[in-house]
Design a protein. Sequence first.
Length: 503
Amino acid sequence: MKKAILITTLLAALPLRAEVTFTKDVAPIIFNHCAGCHRPGEAAPFALLNYNDVRKRARLIVRVTEDRVMPPWHAEKGSFVFHGDRRLTVKQIDTLAQWLKAGAPEGDPAKLPALPKFTAGWQLGKPDLIVKMTESFPVPAEGRDIYRGFVVPLNLPKDKWLKAIEFRPGTRSVVHHCLFSYDTTGEARRLDRADRQPGFRRMRRQGRGVGSLGGWAVGGQPRELPDDLAWHLPKASDLVLSMHYHPSGKPERDQSSIGLYFTDQPPRTAFAGVQLPPAFGALSGVDIPAGNKAYKVTDSFTLPIAVEAFAISAHAHYLGKHLQMTATLPTGKQLNLLDIPDWDFSWQEQYQFKDFIKLPKGTRLDSMVVWDNSAANPNNPTVPPVRVRWGVESEDEMGSLTLLCRPASGERYATLTTAYARHLAEVRTRTTREMAARVQGANGDSILDALLRRNDRNRNGKIDLSEAPRWLKPSFDRADTNNDNALDAAELRATRDRLKLNR
Ligand code: HEC
């Protein structure tokens, strides 16, 4: 009896700490930071739209928010603000934990805020043109990832300027990402006709008549290009979707839809993507020994003109660990453009800066990609780890960062793209030389004799494309001056001299 009185008096003496409740404290966090995806028809597997939805999962919600797994957002706070930054504050995360500790009470229903006005379906509003894959594509329950191209005829009567593409996956459980491009050459149609299944395997053509229009990956939010920027979409072009499917354990069919948003106003200037290292690392000799915890590739490029950057993205596969790009201004000041210290293959976001970032001529961009191929990496798809090299399958690796920018007023776009093309050639040459030097180191042969003796399997005196060793592949197209898919003695000698290989 005495004890009970004592406790009551003690409680009464404590300063009244307002109880954390769902309606007053938790709902504003969940509605604004979670419900956009956690509602029917969107990316997340269950809804978080009312007290019951959230109470049922309170324990899990506290864990994933404390671990910063949810809301998904992998960029650290950098030098600039990104659009749609989803990160929770420490205080918000703490509020969720306090609520769980208090027994997850509902609180006063009158305090419940209204749900934000969500847009059902197309997030950017009604598209000017909606198109769909012409057939559904079967994705088996198991097996390798599938990379497949699909042609979607647009039948545009005249050239268009495109502000945005919104991608709605048909079957979310299997669609991992999709790259968009246009094709005016008819090659995609030809490939499609020649393949018995819907779609086709891979398009080789680059350059004239074919152009990139960005892409979508799991977790990506559609967004318009800022200011007056737009992609040029030539009349009569086909839209080409390069899809990456990931089997889900259940047989599925996918037929994804695409919304196109146009503008009548042509932009004042084109924009460019500065990708470092170039070609998703294909030219950097990525070769990760089994067990290596921190295999690193870096690349640097100095801007030949002043630019205005507006978005940045990163790409790697499962072993990606730390991806970063910085800008060092001519004054020596260093800016952090994107820093993802704990890469997650499932979330590939394009980060758009809130405002254009002015980078003066002479600014050095430095990118770094670190992979973790140790058994301690929980995302390592192969246990025990095996040697992993560059390639397009999910079990291969790639890695790079891409900064999207336009020339500052008065600067020439071509100056930027020419310097970047030169950089790409330099990276390719450097890698080929390094890899060749490693091969040469093995014995005292002349590199050409060694090549022909070891690699000319059909003994025709040439190195065919299929016979080219790994180190020669990145330089193959350039070396094959007569385009016959084989390098004869003269072409090999010219390549040796150009790359300054020993003897
Ligand atoms: C951009 C979309 C998006 C946002 C925003 C988002 N989620 Fe998620 N959430 C997902 C997806 C997709 C999954 C399923 C992930 C998977 O299967 O790997 C998921 C899964 C979860 C899970 C299950 C995790 C598990 O291990 O099973 C929880 C819990 C969760 N989210 C809570 C939240 C909370 C709380 C918020 C807000 C603070 C939030 N999410 C914001 C998309 C989102």
